[in-house]
Design a binder for this molecule. Sequence first.
Ligand code: R7I
Ligand code: MG
Ligand code: MG
Length: 365
Amino acid sequence: MSGIISKEVLLSKFKGALVGAVLGDCIGSLFEGLWAKSIQVEKVLQNIGQLESAYDAEKDAKKPEKQHKLLWDYTDDTAMARSVAMSLIENKGLNPSHLAQLFSEEYFANPYRGYGGGIITVFTKLRDTEYSDPYKPASEQFDGAGSYGNGGAMRIVPAPLFAYKQNDVEKLTELVEQITKITHSHPSAVDGAIFQSFAVDQALRGPEEVNIGSFCDELQRRIREREESEVTRDQCTSPSEYPYASIVDDIRKYASQDSLPSEEEISENLGTDISAYRSVPAAVYSFLRATKPIDKLQDRNSFEKTIILAITLGGDTDTIATMAGAIAGACYGIEAIPKSWQAGCEAVDDALKFAEQLHQLSVSD
Ligand code: R7I
Ligand code: MG
Ligand code: MG
């Protein structure tokens, strides 16, 4: 699938992935929970226009970029992704108790970032048991079914970056499963995080010119192998035997269509809600469909189109846009991400720093 990628291009893709995720979250959070009908592309462009004019004004006033005023904060999606990045970097691998502690401490330090309703119980139990059994609290959620929320997938982007060097789908799968199960043990949440990590991994390894058909074929092959290997299928909420592998057919169909599918069609068929199964596919779709022309967005590049399209779908917009932004950033690199967007959103500096550190781990022996 991939040719040789230079160190410089890989660093740009790592930065793109982490920064793309932060921006999708910050911009998407302005619309979280709204119906697609009440969003409209013009409204999203208006908000993005605010970022762009604030940037121009500060540049005209000759302010250094680091001192630009922040317009939008990140939410729980980025808060948790930061913990994943920091823990992987500090431990040079997964240390479940340490990561559980970072998740939990971050929540208690900044509880206002819009966390899911159930996950707070996990953070409390983790803290109260001093992170001694980091997988137990999540396994007790929802009467032992585990959460099927998208909280595992929304934060997973540092994992495919960390695992890049190994270039081993099974190892990536295992890492993602272990990270996800600290808070989400439902198979649908775990497979959603794995699905998202595969999409990021493929975007990192692939060329900027995305072929929708071959991207979907590879994604479907990988996730089907994973779904076939599972023994807990009966716990799944989806009617299909291989839910994620099957939905790739719909992603392929909608992303390949020349006329843009309506937001209602996507929300009905792929989903835009808080569950992993009904939100990760919409993120992958947004990335893929944005490789094709979209009315009203002719002057925007594919990264910008990905974020804007993801938000216009409505529903869980911060989460769908953060996942879509991670994939698009991994594909197109940091150069595709407007400076003005980066300057107006919180903690982009840290995302750039984490990308450098993860890249360092990837290129060192
Ligand atoms: O998955 P999670 O971290 O939530 C992430 C979402 C993103 O949109 C963020 O931006 C933020 O807004 O929240 O948090 P959880 O609490 O584990 O799951 C989210 C919600 O999904 C729960 O509060 C429940 O409403 C629902 N849910 C379930 N309901 C019944 N049975 C998840 N799992 C179950 C279940 O098994
Ligand atoms: Mg959020
Ligand atoms: Mg959300």
